[in-house]
Design a protein around this ligand. Sequence first.
Ligand code: ADP
Ligand code: MG
Length: 696
Amino acid sequence: MTLTRNTPLTDLPGVGPQRAKKLEKLGLRTLGDALEHLPQRYEDRRERHALRDAPEGRPCCVAAMVAETPRVSYVRRGLSLVKVKAVDGADTVYVTFFNQDYIREAVRRGESYVFYGTVERQGNLFYMTNPAFEREGAERFTGRILPVYPLTAGISNNLLAGITRRAVDECLDGLPEALPAQVRKEHRLCQTQFARKSIHWPASFEELALARRRLVFEELFVLTCGLAQLKDRRGQSAGRVLPGAAEDFAALLPFAPTGAQRRAMEDIAADLGSGRAMNRLVQGDVGSGKTAVAAFGAWAAAKNGAQCALMAPTELLAEQHARTMEALLAPAGVRTALLTGSVKGKERKALLAALAAGEIDLVVGTHALFSQGVEYHDLGLVIADEQHRFGVAQRSALAEKGGSGAEAAPPHILVMSATPIPRTLALIIYGDLDVSVIDELPPGRTPVTTLLVGEDKRARMYGFVRRQAGEGRQVYIVCPAVEENGGGGWEETPGMDLKAVTAYAKELRERVFPDLRVGLVHGRLKARDKEEVMTAFHRGELDVLVSTTVVEVGVDVPNASLMIIENAERFGLSQLHQLRGRVGRGEHQSWCVLVTASRSETARERLRALCATNDGFQIAEEDLRLRGPGDFFGKRQHGLPQLKVADFAADLELLKEARAAAEALVAADPDLKKPAHRLLKKRVLQLFDENAELFN
Ligand code: ADP
Ligand code: MG
């Protein structure tokens, strides 16, 4: 039988309908699929020793002849042993298998086998427990580096390894090479066939490293080629001209903008005046003053008769932004409105009508801003705030909302992010955007002091809360709780249920701080109630605000000076940093207290890292290193395709290299029209196709 990459796995011996179903669970239907199914680790089974020379405490292969018919004994219900006695020259090894009765039939007296496992020695006797084994002379899984695959119930590693062995032996001819020869040469990358073979069945770890490097590069290269093309295309798409001078706007602000804020505004002014569509990311740590920069954009749009939509991740934040924008921009004649999911009925109807008629210049809201039925008169600018989970797709969807009849140009897009994304990663996630960085905090800030405390300090901590309140300051107490995802999407932080948070707030209110004004806000509250509590806190009518992570992003109450985080070990570092950013926003010395009862040294280590620095970038890098990109961003929320081989955290250097190569290539051949780029183009299109919801 000739096998090809299209051969269904059911054509292979040993794969019946039952197994085929299970294999399908792993996404495997054909041999080609199996080639794409990468090992998660490798077992070095190359070393073979005589029993008496076997290394101590680590596995190796030994060859021995079975000397007696294996014996089964039943120790107790659910536990059986098969004992096999085998000899290697003058030495004897007793091999024990637990709960593998079939071995009695599988192993024959008088036959030689290779066993792979750890040899234990007691005097002159040798023992092995549950080794892998196969007949000597026909080794397939021993004597080499064995790939260990992600599995599913009912599928053994040997079965999968057998499949990939055949696939690499018989189906690699004519495997298309997507990397242009020039790129391969320049970046010293091995050929695709070699890489595919060696990622499964490497002859050495050097070979494996070569293979992996090539596959990682390829994956990142295809992705970044796609992003570079996207950026290139966007860069050429016409944008309407919305002139406005940063200095004219600065006169409206109640403070002098920092140099970094001014530079970001000038970048935006240049984009808006360029005649091309703006696609810009403004990155700045929490408290760096991104809101004022966003306001500049809204102001410039309104000044030119275009509308602006400002999208926030939560209703809470949208409400706050609406207030801030109104205060800043009303004097300049900008008409601001708030549109969230909880604006309903008549009110909503009137608002939508006004929006469609162009009677509103700036509309602030959640994702509801782009739901069906929302029509703009003339949308010129879309601003997405605190959307570090806001991927390429969402941005593209927004672009389509604009371009009202007469003006075909898509709206300008401005994304604001409190970073905590390591720089290199941002290059990828926002690979199709231009970037302005606000790397300077407004003057007069004293850095937040962060402390790690255990339960034994709780009474003292409450005393501290009372002292702060006595001085007129305000306090946040954040509890981890499972929040409903209202579509705006904050992450779930496993922790107390809402009942427990409510009970905790009650206890604080009634027993601990009967003399203080204690409020509670969480994601399940009705929007109106939520707003009421937040407004009260804003106005200084509450001393203590107990909350779930709804205050994580963007909430701005400069009088708050103390942030207490309960069960701090439950949060990611970047999330803690975000929470901490809620204080230290005014002139007062501020504190962040991380409360943990955790005894785990790793957990405490992590939290100490946060106490040691206020630098969001550094924390993001640390977070990424500790948790890996999956957890760092939440499930696919970064809006990028799932990577198969590459690991954002571990492969940063290669990422930079691939990205530079991709940009050079796309600059020279924007449409990938050259014959040498034909396959690459196909791969990019395929990637976009498979992730149609992300790109376009
Ligand atoms: P973020 O970048 O986290 O969104 P904000 O825009 O909410 O930060 O700004 C944080 C606080 O700093 C706000 O209270 C804001 O009014 C204030 N602020 C912003 N820029 C300046 C400035 N240049 N000088 C003084 N205060 C500023
Ligand atoms: Mg903000």
